[in-house]
Write a protein that binds this ligand. Structure first.
Ligand SMILES: Cc1ncc(COP(=O)(O)O)c(C=O)c1O
Length: 442
């Protein structure tokens, strides 16, 4: 097939025939057409019929600096001419070394273990924490505790610490039992209760759990500041401080899953910075390669690393993925870090977020909208009168207006690439308002 002459119709029929699409009931595509994409540039995705779509969710939260970004393109092309990949067991290469050094400097965590997707980064953190305690002669510390409404990926270990019923329930018999504690989500506030007070209340539930079970608990895993896939639940940084204090007090690791929220999403490079804390394990992916190539990393401390450093092979971390530390992906990630440094992205995003919030006042005031909220470059709200089919109907109506938006249940959210400009913000807010007005109430 010549890709230059393909049509929308041809590609979508062939895709339905041969590709099993993720997170999808494929039968829905009998009535909901796939969207064949021919090219991307900046915030836009283009199909074969001349339509364009504003990528308001950064292609599942990965794309930071736009599609076909010239600087990332040229770094990857340069790397292609040198080394595309080499196994990382027994070998090393310049991009992985440079990237590890820079990520360590940014996070204060000295050792980087690379994986491919987000779920592999959380698996690595869970296995490393468990193995650390075993190496430290504490083999009884095998338990994990996670937050209600948390999401850490879809592989069995990651799903065990995930609390999104739609993804989890079917596979429950395959999953390891893990404990859940209250979410600090500020929407749980009672009348006149502040976000800080909700954070304190949730921290008390964590304290009760750790007091009883710390001897059997290896780690607490959480998404700092925003529980993303669970519906963009936002919470106060005080909770992270309390979690750090409690983990220290009870000898339990803290795993910060910043796969969705790292790389500037919450307004600081890492979300943990807003609480002034450092986790024992930090998981990064998504924005790490700017949305170019699958890459994830789990960072940890000297102390954890030292517990594995030994003459005995079995005390080492014998975990691997074929594409661990892929050179092309690392080079894309280095280009992403260069852009952060040279363009003052964090400060620029603060200005952009303010401009977006100004425009979103109309959305927040819409009669069907509740709990309008913003953290950094994430905006979300709930829509009243949404039925079980709301997600798909909203998605389709938004597409017709040239917007790529995928609500989570009745939660509509924006997570745009950081290259968003005021004219895109207008299209996004105006288009969303129009969709809200045209979708029938339940
Ligand atoms: C917080 C968090 N952790 C883990 C994952 C899993 O990442 P991946 O889909 O790359 O496996 C995601 C994906 O959305 C996520 O948001």
């Amino acid at each position: 097939m010549n890709l230059d002459t393909a049509s929308n119709q041809e590609l979508l029929a062939r895709s339905r025939g041969a590709v099993w699409h993720p997170c999808t009931q494929m039968k829905h595509h009998e009535s909901l057409p796939l969207v064949p994409i021919r090219s991307g540039d900046g915030i836009w995705l283009h199909d074969f019929d001349g339509n364009r779509y504003l990528d308001a969710i950064s292609s599942w939260w990965v794309n930071l600096f736009g599609h076909a970004n010239p600087r990332i393109n040229s770094a990857v092309v340069d790397q292609l001419g040198k080394l595309e990949h080499v196994l990382l067991a027994g070998f090393t290469h310049e991009p992985v070394v440079l990237l590890s050094e820079r990520l360590s400097a940014l996070s204060g965590l000295s050792h980087c273990f690379f994986g491919s997707d987000g779920a592999s980064a959380t698996e690595i953190a869970l296995k490393m924490s468990f193995h650390y305690w075993r190496n430290e002669s504490r083999p009884e510390k095998t338990g994990f505790v996670s937050l209600a409404n948390g999401y850490h990926g879809e592989t069995l270990g990651a799903l065990s610490v995930t609390d999104v019923p739609l993804f989890r329930d079917t596979y429950a018999p395959l999953l390891r039992h893990t404990a859940r504690v209250e979410s600090p989500d500020w929407r749980r506030a009672g009348p006149a209760e502040s976000a800080e007070a909700v954070a304190r209340r949730a921290a008390q539930s964590l304290e009760v759990h750790l007091e009883r079970h710390h001897a059997q608990t290896a780690a607490l895993i959480l998404e700092p500041l925003v529980q993303a896939a669970g519906g963009m639940a936002m919470y106060h940084p005080d909770y992270l401080q309390a979690a750090r204090t409690l983990c220290d007090r009870y000898g339990v690791h803290l795993i910060a899953d910043e796969i969705a929220v790292g790389f500037g999403r919450t307004g600081t490079f890492l979300a943990c910075e807003q609480a002034g804390i450092k986790p024992d394990f930090l998981c990064l992916s998504k924005g790490l390669s700017g949305g170019y190539l699958p890459l994830s990393v789990t960072l940890t401390t000297d102390r954890v690393y030292a517990a594995f450093y030994h003459d005995d092979t079995a005390r080492g971390f014998l975990h691997s993925h074929s594409y661990t530390g892929n050179a092309l992906a690392c080079r894309a990630a280095l280009a992403v870090l260069d852009i952060f440094e040279s363009d003052g992205v964090i400060a620029a995003n603060r200005r952009k977020a303010a401009e977006m919030n100004f425009r979103c006042r109309r959305l927040a005031a819409h009669p069907r909208v509740s709990h309008f909220r913003n953290t950094g470059m994430i905006w979300a709200f709930e829509v009243a009168g949404a039925d079980g089919d709301f997600q798909r109907r909203f998605y389709q109506a938004a597409l017709c207006r040239g917007l790529l938006l995928r609500p989570l249940g009745n939660t509509v959210y924006f997570m745009p690439p950081y290259i968003i400009e005021p004219e895109h913000m207008d299209l996004l807010v105006d288009g969303t308002l129009a969709v809200l007005d045209e979708l029938p109430l339940d």
